[in-house]
Design a protein around this ligand. Sequence first.
Ligand code: PLP
Length: 396
Amino acid sequence: MLAKEMDAYISGGSAVRAMFEEGTRLAAIYGRENVYDFSLGNPNIPAPAALNDAIRAVLDEEESTFVHGYMTNAGYPDVRLAVAEDLNRRFGTAYTDANLLMTVGAAGGMNIILRTLLDPGDEVLVFAPYFSEYNFYVRGAGGVIRPIPADPATFQPDPEALRAAVTPRTKALIVNNPNNPTGVVYSEETLRAVASVLTERAEAVGHAIYIISDEPYRELVYDGAVVSWIPNLYPNTVVCYSWSKSLSIPGERLGYLCIPDACEDFPVIFDAAVVVSRALGFVNAPSLIQRAVKRVLSAQTDIAAYDRNRRALYDGLTALGFRTARPEGAFYLWVQTPGGDDVAFAAKAAEHRILTVRGSGFGCGGYVRLAYCVSHDMILRSMDAWKDLAKEYNLF
Ligand code: PLP
């Protein structure tokens, strides 16, 4: 008999499945090329050639039992050191391999650090709208997720709302920058204000409050936007990174946790996180891709292609009267739904063969998320359908 706990998991998953089925149904009727699917955040740009070359070179040059073998649970020490040195070059830090734990993507890293930090009933704050999988991660770690209401004027974090949300049970704040689902990049000014509120509130409640900075979109920024290194603003920060998006390798499952010395209870929490990684059954991050990524740490996917999509979609929709948050990062556009009801809007859009994800799934109704990691051609082809949809809502 299914565990009772699973009810909550299944109901979350069924919305995604329903959307997938809707896409399949529409494609069968109208043809795949006449369905405009903006629902999936799956990179559509191939991984850089340098990465594929590096994989071949690892296989040719490194010893097989080493490349395919177990290693220390935290990951290969030389890979961790190379990542640490890369961060030091970029952010003026002084990390070593002792600060880096290689993980099974950001999802693996988030699950590890939440399990490492949370006691049952501990609260984890997150700025709405937020990546809905956090619900699973926090719940799975025995915690309680507490969304902080959005500031709809900018979708930047609201420091005063943060101040009001901290309670004696608050253990951590998840910050996701650049943001899924809004595509907003948090300004350094806002993050400094967040750091200052959190420092003050941690002092008031009498224990550490960690920032967990989830940054799988760190390298996907446009218009010269800068992604701040949060540990330099708030020392009690654990960074969770992933190469899923920056190298277009989500299926390879590689990321890291960076736990700086300045984190409260370092190195105990680092050692505990390594044990948690085993307890969760990860054992270690995938081996071959660790060896390969070490060789191409400065490579990245073709950001210009995403930027071109971003401009085409943003310009096209705003010209039709749609309103969006300022899209400077990741590959998402966060569109206000005319009429306010995102569920009704997503259903109406589907009638026009446009597939979106409704904002209420991210803890913020009244918006839909569009993923523009799609073919440029599909964006151009979708514009007539968007125009018909805009007409229905009298946007122009
Ligand atoms: N965090 C956010 C905000 C994401 O959008 C995703 C994936 O889409 C993840 C974490 C998980 O990424 P990974 O593939 O590295 O596990």
